[in-house]
Design a protein around this ligand. Structure first.
Ligand SMILES: [Zn+2]
Length: 415
């Protein structure tokens, strides 16, 4: 046996001994690098990037916080203890992470239970070079090692230029969903007013939108944004079995990722969305058009046409104010959400509850702000708002979209 093969075997055995000594279920991540050596400066850079992203992702989705980072002859790897009880779900979500990731075929993420058995959903991996199953190509020796290695290196190089905006965009959607509690909205812990959805459905939907956001970032005008948007809607419905989880956000976040390449983002959004509310014609049967005719509120279109003031003014102002005083992310984001709710003529809410309920919710939100976050009185009133929305089946969906956008712009340091 050649020397390097011996070293690989020994490294893998030592890894395995370490994993089994921990006596808990876990996730491993490494890059799928065919041939030898298993690491190089380029491989290392890609590994660090994906490891950082995976860290944020796993903390947001499954609240996992401990990582062990290792390196040996078999390459770089991450060991993540996974106390989350439903390992099938973890595997299922991580498969979507792999599938939608721009470096997808390079990633090798596995989930193991306490008995060190690999949790599998029997979905075969694709080959590096062709559309066949990797197993088949390996068994039949369809490609030479040098061919596979060359393709792998080409993929590594292209991954270095991959779009970080799309990453920030889909993570912002998940971050917004994870904030708890929220009035009438899906959170990690509840989904009363949206019985057809839960947090993990939103995670899958956000992942499915990732490739589309990368394309949106390259768009130049509204027509292109809409063309990509339609494909993204299809990807969303496929991931959610036909449930509309993020339709409004595909449009708004698409405009956002497209507009950030310009120096004045708000002005760029105004330019892209000029006269867009004129589309809300009386003959249209959509919710948006009906509400515009009845109340004159233009919803997402109006917000976009005006350069997203609820995000770039209200959201940012609130973020500056609360990040100074509140340490906990959930507290900061619920405070920002409340400031947006107080000022937003939320068409989702209007559609479900009518004008009177909208005014009541806005007034309740304003009251909370006046109490001062996070005094005991404000916390109580915030809880009252959540209960009120739950009782009347109201959802501040429009405000939640604005919160997701505020988080996105903050994470790309526009703020
Ligand atoms: Zn192949």
């Amino acid at each position: 046996m050649p020397d390097f093969k011996m070293k690989l075997l020994q490294a893998r055995e030592a890894r395995w001994a370490f994993f089994s000594a921990q006596k808990q279920s876990f996730i491993t991540f490494n890059l799928n690098i065919p041939g030898y050596p298993k690491t190089s400066p380029q491989i290392k850079t890609i590994f660090e990037r994906v490891a950082a992203e995976l860290g944020i992702f796993l903390e947001l989705v499954f609240e996992l916080k401990n990582y062990h980072r290792g390196q040996d002859e078999a390459g770089l790897y991450l060991y993540i203890p996974c106390p989350y009880p439903d390992l099938k779900l973890v595997k299922n979500i991580l498969d979507e992470f792999e599938r939608t990731h721009p470096s997808g075929r390079l990633l090798d993420i596995d989930v193991y239970n306490r008995q060190l058995e690999r949790v599998s959903n029997n979905r075969p991996k694709k080959c590096f070079l062709c559309e066949k199953q990797a197993q088949i190509c390996i068994r039949n020796k369809n490609h030479t090692l040098s061919e596979v290695r060359a393709t792998c290196e080409k993929q590594l190089a292209s991954c270095l230029n991959q779009d970080l905006l799309a990453q920030k965009a889909y993570l912002a959607l998940i971050k917004e969903a994870s904030v708890d509690p929220k009035p009438g909205l899906v959170t990690r812990k509840s989904h009363h007013c949206h019985p057809d959805m839960d947090f993990f459905l939103l995670v899958k939907s956000a992942l499915a939108l990732r490739p589309g956001f990368a394309q949106m970032a390259k768009a130049e005008n509204l027509a292109q944004i809409r063309e990509v948007g339609l494909q993204m809607e299809q990807a969303m419905y496929q991931a959610t079995n036909g449930i509309n989880t993020h339709k409004g956000l595909i449009f708004l976040m698409g405009i956002a990722v497209c507009a950030v390449k310009y120096p004045d983002v708000s002005q760029a959004i105004k330019n892209i969305c000029k006269n867009i509310t004129q589309e809300l014609q009386p003959n249209l049967k959509t919710h948006g058009a009906q509400i515009y005719q009845k109340y004159g509120f233009a919803g997402a279109r109006g917000e976009a046409e005006n350069g997203m003031p609820l995000v770039l003014q209200t959201g940012f102002k609130a973020l500056t104010k609360y990040q100074k005083h509140l340490k906990n992310d959930d507290d900061v984001y619920t405070a920002v959400l409340t400031e947006i709710i107080a000022r937003n003529n939320d068409t989702n809410l209007l559609y479900r509850g009518g004008l009177e309920k909208l005014k009541t919710v806005q007034k309740m939100a304003l009251n909370i702000i006046n109490q001062g976050f996070w005094s005991k009185a404000a916390r109580l009133k915030y809880q009252e708002l959540c209960t009120y929305c739950q009782k009347h089946n109201l959802s501040c969906g429009g405000a939640a979209d604005m919160l997701a956008l505020t988080i996105f712009f903050d994470k790309i340091n526009l703020h």
